[in-house]
Ligand binder design. Structure first.
Ligand code: NAP
Length: 162
């Protein structure tokens, strides 16, 4: 099964200058809870945005058109999505974590969406691709807790393909 995991602002922005436009530690924790133990698939730029290298306790799969792109031994490099099945088990929930080009690449395969909606407008240069929500049921919605470290209103939503 293929799932998308992302956070977007009220204008569908997901990135700016190679990083995430906001600081929302509760969403980082949510992302960790949702993805830990599952393979994560990402574009080369998203991989390079991680300050401490590959994310632990998850098989990190990086997609690049450059076959010479260097990744650490623990990381799988793919030049197209065709070879993904060689690295994941049929019953794995494969977490596609962006960015935009990689969501586009898997948009016809996705079964589940884990969306963090942030009710604030940030400056961005990368947007989430359009999603046809008519093809999905909202199966869970949770208000995010705000505090001094999580200062923007946000909700966690989960959708399942109908
Ligand atoms: N808010 C969120 O949830 C979230 C999630 C993820 C990322 N982000 C943000 O989004 C930005 C990065 O996203 P992005 O869309 O610019 O880049 P990206 O998708 O992470 O990476 C783009 C790269 O992926 C490779 N690629 C893309 N499509 C491909 C295809 N069809 N076949 C083979 N390789 C392909 C190419 O690598 P090569 O150039 O090496 O060929 C391309 O340059 C950052 O700001 C990041 O922080 C936010």
């Amino acid at each position: 099964m293929i799932s998308f995991v992302w956070a977007e602002d009220e204008n569908h922005n997901i990135g700016v200058d190679g990083h995430i436009p906001w600081n929302l530690p509760n969403d980082m924790k949510h992302f960790k809870d949702v993805t830990t133990g599952h393979p994560i698939v990402m574009g080369r730029k998203t991989f390079e945005s991680f300050p401490n290298g590959p994310l632990p306790k998850r098989l990190n799969i990086v997609i690049s058109r450059n076959p010479e792109y260097q990744v650490p031994d623990s990381v799988v490099l793919l030049n197209d999505k065709g070879k993904l099945s060689q690295y994941v088990k049929p019953d794995d929930e494969v977490m596609v974590i962006g960015g935009a080009g990689i969501f586009e690449l898997f948009k016809d395969d996705v079964d589940r969406l884990y969306l963090t909606k942030i009710s604030h407008a940030f400056t961005g240069d990368t947007k989430m691709i359009p999603i046809d929500y008519d093809k999905f049921d909202l199966i869970e919605k949770k208000e995010g807790i705000m505090d001094e470290k999580n200062i923007y209103p946000y909700t966690f939503e989960t959708y399942q393909k109908i």
